[in-house]
Design a protein around this ligand. Structure first.
Ligand SMILES: NC(=O)c1ccc[n+]([C@@H]2O[C@H](COP(=O)([O-])OP(=O)(O)OC[C@H]3O[C@@H](n4cnc5c(N)ncnc54)[C@H](OP(=O)(O)O)[C@@H]3O)[C@@H](O)[C@H]2O)c1
Length: 283
């Protein structure tokens, strides 16, 4: 597991099935932008599968740090994919709904045309291309990831709901919130069925705007005593919340093919939000 400190990586390490042994390497142990470190890790251990959760995920910062984002999300993934193919080990590489432009009128299929509208999306698409270019690499796209630790929308909302008297949240971007633990089970599912190489989509079920998601976070957190009081939340338009990077208006991923393939049960995003908040309450 590369990018061991990340949300998905930690979820994978917390859900290792009994028939597998997994090792996580954090950025300090293996920097994926260091070709020698990557080659050494892949070649000198008897590894069947590598899961790459390392990424430059700061979407707005990527607009200013194009070189770093390209190095980590694109170039380094090329080096990793080649090393994995040469060593004969399978690669699962995580990618994003942000490879799409958000203009679709239906959920995106893995085969749909990509057209990223941000540096982050473009660099992630570059990474995807290395993984599917040859060999049997797997690209797993997901969306709106959160966990009980890390940098994510749920933890940011909970903090703002404690700090502020009211909140404005964007209501015209539609996607699917996805719990990192659900993704982890799905990845173990891909490994267990020895899934063929190619593009896959996995998110929780259902759709939401950021506004819907924020309302649900507040309701569920209040019900669990994680918040002491409700604050008014107002839906706003994207134009009223300018960000450095453009984001797709609609980035729901069609996950039917992967759900038919892997044994992991998909859950509605709100059910998984409840599980994550239950976990947070016990921390
Ligand atoms: N978060 C989302 O909403 C979202 C949505 C769709 C897809 N994805 C994709 O899902 C994957 C996992 O996302 P996540 O939410 O788990 O991300 P995350 O929590 O931001 O974790 C990414 C990890 O990668 C590490 N990293 C960065 N540069 C590295 C390098 N050069 N070498 C090794 N590690 C490095 C980071 O370390 P530092 O913290 O030390 O920098 C961090 O631990 C990524 O591929 C991401 O693009 C995420």
């Amino acid at each position: 597991m590369l990018g061991g400190g990340g949300q998905v990586a930690r979820a994978i390490m917390a859900t290792v099935p009994s028939q597998h042994v997994a090792i996580a390497k954090s950025r300090g142990e293996v920097d994926i932008s260091d070709p020698a470190a990557v080659a050494g890790t892949v070649a000198h251990a008897s590894i069947d599968w590598i899961v790459n959760g390392a990424a430059f995920t700061a979407v707005d910062l990527a607009e200013d740090e194009v070189e770093s984002a390209t190095l980590i999300n694109d170039t380094a993934v090329g080096v990793l994919a080649s090393a994995a193919f040469e060593a004969g080990c399978r690669l699962v590489h995580l990618s994003t709904d942000f490879v799409f432009d958000g203009k679709s009128g239906r959920a995106y299929l893995p085969t749909d045309v990509t057209n990223p509208i941000s540096v982050y999306g473009k660099t992630k698409l570059g990474g995807e291309r290395h993984v599917v270019a040859g060999g049997d690499g797997i690209v797993l796209r997901t969306s709106w990831v959160y966990a009980s630790a890390g940098r994510n929308f749920v933890l940011t909302m909970l903090r703002l709901m404690r700090e502020r008297e009211k909140l404005n949240v964007v209501a015209d971007q539609i996607g699917t919130p996805t719990w990192a633990t659900g993704i982890a089970h799905a990845i173990w599912g891909l490994i267990d069925v020895n899934a063929p190489g190619g593009l896959y989509h996995w998110t929780d079920l259902g759709v939401a705007s950021w506004y819907d998601f924020a309302l649900a976070i507040q309701e569920e957190a209040l019900a669990r005593g994680l918040l002491a009081r409700a604050v008014p939340i107002t839906p706003i338009a994207t134009v009223d919340y300018p960000t450095k990077a453009a984001r797709p208006r609609f980035s729901v991923l069609d996950t039917r093919a992967m759900r038919a393939l892997v044994p992991a049960p998909a859950q509605h995003w709100r059910q998984n939000l409840r599980k994550m908040l239950d976990e947070l309450r016990t921390k």
